[in-house]
Design a protein around this ligand. Structure first.
Ligand SMILES: Cc1ncc(COP(=O)(O)O)c(C=O)c1O
Length: 369
């Protein structure tokens, strides 16, 4: 058969998401399935965003406003930066691809730690770049010194996922600043802050504070996590104008749809819903951490809406047995951690059901072994 593909697609594997809630219900004859696998907001979107989106749906015969001007203006005010320092995309995932298209040439090296978010690797490979992967430090924290040692004259980009997915770990305050000072200016530093709004440190310097000083820093943020709009697919990048202009050149014109734009705008204005999400997340996270620790499992301190736990038994078996009981979590074997699971923080009721069913599953597995 003729070969039509771009050669770099040979290096990629299709991302197969886990079974959908509907599939699991059907396969295991369940009435209810709880998904604690994708770090979604169990409260749902802001009621104000829902209202605004219902109105926006009535106009989906019209193309969206291509630049998301209203949202960008509101975000610029929120952060005290200029609108030209922001570009929106179809989720942060889409912006990671935009970064590849805008900046990675064949043979460029892209450095990051693993385990981390998988899109850094695929976006690099797709553009003919070379992923340079180093392990996280003990305690699953990003190894910034290790990243520095990997910089060569071929390095184009460094990804720092902070807090990191799947480990939930946060870099110590001040650590990033020292790192940024040591990275040569020709290397781009991408600070993926998909979960940064969940951190509870009182004084923590985030990527937005760095962009004024560092012309090579790009920050990624999303409406999928704190704002409960994962299904809407809205993310944005923040950087100095020359980098944003490059990203705009490769941006799909209508990458953010009409409903997505309006929903994100309304969600951004609803501070009360954000506060409630953070408060509930931290109370429920504490509860789950205490539960796991009482059971004798190792929990990595989390600064996010999920926790990374060493259950000291086969994570895939735990995942499978939980799925049969209507609870979806993420086994971390795909990242090379065969006894770790990642559990998203659900609502109080969901977590109660998780605790009950997980306890049964663990007892069963222990009995069998
Ligand atoms: C670290 C990290 N970055 C980016 C994303 C992508 O988010 P989005 O839903 O905006 O595409 C995720 C999603 O899980 C993530 O965990």
């Amino acid at each position: 058969m003729a070969e039509y593909q771009r050669k770099y697609t040979d290096l990629l594997t299709e991302y197969i998401p886990g079974k959908s809630i509907e599939e699991v219900k059907k396969d295991y004859h369940l009435d209810e399935v709880i998904r604690l696998a994708s770090n979604e907001n169990p409260l749902g979107p802001s009621p104000k965003a829902i209202e605004a989106m219902i109105e926006a749906v009535k106009e989906v015969n019209l193309y969206p406003e291509a630049t998301c001007e209203e949202l960008v203006t509101e975000l610029a005010q929120y952060y005290g930066i200029k609108p030209e320092e922001i570009v929106t995309g179809n989720g942060a995932d889409n912006l990671i691809n935009q970064l590849g298209q805008a900046f990675i040439n064949e043979g460029d090296e892209v450095i990051y730690c693993t385990p981390t978010f998988a899109a850094y690797r695929s976006s690099t490979l797709l553009m003919g770049g070379k992923p340079v992967e180093i392990p996280l430090l003990d305690g699953f924290v990003y190894d910034l010194d290790g990243l520095l040692t990997q910089i060569t004259d071929k390095t184009k980009m460094i990804f720092v996922c902070n807090p990191n997915n799947p480990t939930g770990t946060l870099l110590e305050e001040g650590r990033l600043q020292t790192f940024l000072d040591q990275v040569p200016e020709q290397v781009l530093i991408i600070l993926d802050e998909a979960y940064i709004e969940f951190i509870q440190e009182e004084h923590y310097t985030t990527g937005v504070d760095f962009i004024k000083t560092y012309p090579n820093v790009i920050v990624l943020r999303t409406f999928s996590k704190l704002y409960g709009l994962a299904g809407n697919r809205v993310g944005y990048a923040i950087a100095q104008k020359p980098l944003i202009d490059r990203m705009k050149k490769v941006r799909e014109v209508f990458s953010v749809n009409r409903v997505g734009h309006i929903g994100a705008l309304a969600a951004l204005k609803d501070q009360a819903h954000r506060d409630k999400t953070i408060e509930k997340n931290s109370a429920e996270r504490k509860r789950l951490v205490e539960f796991f620790e009482e059971q004798g499992f190792d929990v990595t301190p989390s600064h996010t809406n999920f926790i990374f736990v060493d259950v000291k038994m086969d994570a895939v078996e735990v995942f499978q047995k939980l799925m049969e009981k209507g609870v979806l979590i993420r086994p971390c074997s795909g990242w090379g951690y065969n006894t770790h699971i990642r559990v998203s923080i659900g609502s109080h009721g969901e977590n109660t059901k998780f605790i009950d069913r997980f306890s049964i599953v663990i007892a069963n597995i222990k009995q069998l072994n």
